[in-house]
Design a protein around this ligand. Sequence first.
Ligand code: G3P
Length: 214
Amino acid sequence: MKIFIDTANIEEINTANEWGVVDGVTTNPTLVAKEGKDLRALINEILGIVDGPISVEVISTDSEGMIKEALEMSNWSENIVVKIPMIPEGLKAVKILNENDVKTNVTLVFSVNQALLAAKAGATYVSPFIGRLDDIGHDGMQIIHDLMQIYNLYDFKTEIIVASIRHPLHVIESAKAGAHVATIPFGVIEKMFKHPLTDIGLEKFLKDWEKSKK
Ligand code: G3P
């Protein structure tokens, strides 16, 4: 399973990239707005750190506007993936962008049917938001299981990005489901490192080593 980092914060991207665990980056308008930087300049910085797919979202809600934004963004680098919202105008744009070799990530996906339509339209990636579904009492991960089955049955090339991940268990479940990608916030990647026995064990090794030198 590929790991993308779900942030637009340069420090977080740099740190996780140095750990050697980052295959790509996903951003959204909320994450970009938090950084208070010019979009193009920010994405250029990210492109300079991570050599992998970098998702950037359009702001337009009509297909013409989305296509215009997407064509411009895709010129920034071949690593750019354009995030398109899961609405009819969005899929209209995805179809045309796919025909023009522009990679897309259909976002704000909350159901299996939405993801099925996105794949039919030619999306490169589809992003079901599992955490936001869990938040309202639905089983977000069930969508990932269902989609893996359906995409495999019909040999869809669309890759599933498990998005809106809230905790390390979501990551384990994504990997067990065979998801192509999990896009993970920095704080959750940090938690994935943690085990008290690792810390206790390391402390003991170092103490014993010091003792042996006395
Ligand atoms: O980037 C899309 C998604 O991962 C957002 O997550 O935490 O805002 O539901 P969240």
